[in-house]
Write a protein that binds this ligand. Structure first.
Ligand code: AMP
Length: 192
């Protein structure tokens, strides 16, 4: 299955992504991880992405799209993948759909984890990560909200958006996600 996982910073997306990839046996494609790795390895993409990421802004579409297109083309993605952190904007979503359609593929389901902003702020403040100072957190939440609305609308209009209540234990949230994915699985003998 090809799945997109959406959720604001602090929604437990990373934990859920890990569980999902284990359960579905598909690779986890996190653009944030890919970009951080590109920065660590001092690649050209990393060099261009770094100032944007440092200041809490999105990396330009073209950069991140190329990363995703190259990654999806790899053998381990033939049976599906879990996209995490991509698409982030409606243009990225359209590009992804077109890219997949040209190859006879499509997304099966988009899972959006919803958590109230006040809960997110207190969770993120508690994490105390170096790059998570208050101003950056606030900017990331605001940016998520602004960008995700059109993205969610786009997938809702296509009938593949499933919204999940992100409050509760990781097990509870995972059970909700699994139920939505089970319901969205393509018929019969497809592997997952
Ligand atoms: P994440 O780990 O998903 O929170 O991503 C960390 C940072 O990487 C973001 O704040 C962006 O600067 C950049 N990034 C990750 N994914 C994307 C994307 N799809 N489009 C643009 N920038 C992205």
């Amino acid at each position: 299955m090809r799945i997109v996982l959406l959720g604001p910073p602090g929604a437990g997306k990373g934990t859920q992504a890990q569980r999902l990839t284990h359960w579905l046996r598909v690779p986890h494609l996190s653009t944030g991880d890919m970009l951080r790795e590109a920065i660590r390895h001092e690649t050209e993409v990393g060099r261009q992405a770094e100032p944007h990421m440092k200041s809490g802004r999105l990396v330009p579409d073209a950069l991140v799209q190329q990363l995703v297109v190259d990654r999806i083309a790899q053998d381990d993605c033939v049976g599906g993948c879990l996209l995490d952190g991509f698409p982030r904007t409606a243009p990225q979503a359209k590009m992804l759909d077109e890219h997949l359609a040209e190859r006879g593929m499509a997304l099966d389901v988009v899972i959006k984890i919803d958590v109230d902003d006040n809960v997110l702020l207190s969770r993120l403040a508690g994490r105390g990560r170096l790059d998570d100072d208050a101003a950056v957190i606030a900017q990331r939440l605001q940016q998520y909200e602004q960008l995700t609305r059109p993205l969610a609308d786009y997938y809702r209009s296509r009938g593949i958006l499933r919204e999940i209540d992100g409050l509760g234990t990781p097990d509870e949230v995972f059970n909700r996600i699994m139920a939505k994915i089970e319901a969205a699985k393509p018929a019969a003998n497809s592997r997952v």
